[in-house]
Design a protein around this ligand. Sequence first.
Ligand code: ADP
Length: 236
Amino acid sequence: MALLQIQGIEKRFGGLRAVDGASMDVHQGELLGLIGPNGSGKTTLLNVLSGHLPADAGSVSLDGKNVLGLNPTQLTRLGVLRMFQMTRVFNRMTAFDNLVVCGLALGLHEAQAYERAEQLLDELKLSHVMYLDAGQLSGGQRKLLEFGACFMVPPRVALLDEPFAAVHPIMKETMSEFIRRRNAAGQTFVLVSHDMPVVVDLCPRSVCMNAGKVLAEGNTQDVLQSPAVIEAYLGE
Ligand code: ADP
């Protein structure tokens, strides 16, 4: 059984069908690319999955249990985490303390929170700024810190919406290496990105949406080479 089963999701904004009957499976341990031209409904679908938007129709199940209709806090507890919305950085706390507090809030014991915070800062190449206040970090470092906070307690599935947007190439590399390493260790991801080289590099399988529907899915290279997908991008 798929970890996340998404069936017939519909989301309308007035007369616009932003998501128009999209179905897909996310398997345990996979790094699934979610691609498609601008306005094809990717972000709206992630918002439905994370409980930030109610769906008009369809079903979503996690481990076979219905999770559609739960709010973001409930979904986060179950391990469906949409990044860059659930985390908050406190400017007048150090980078290290920000992670520790996040871990404590998620139920970690102190020693465990310290250990994970240190490890995450090391993995994200932020050890040299760990005792600086978050307010003193660069925009990219803050983004990495927020990103890291999501893994203090690794989610069942991490939904990433354009994580590399406006991130310096060096940090982008750090972030994609992190995603690759965590995925190799079993972490499940859904990655929405416009950066095709990164998607090709990271995601063995992708789903391409167009006009709210799934247009193609399968091996990422094959999906990108499919005539229907090329045509959809040309119309962008
Ligand atoms: P993508 O992430 O693939 O670029 P979106 O999910 O952001 O696509 O948008 C899908 C469609 O829904 C677009 O036409 C967009 O303009 C529209 N849309 C998204 N959010 C809203 C909203 N809150 N109100 C009205 N229309 C929206």
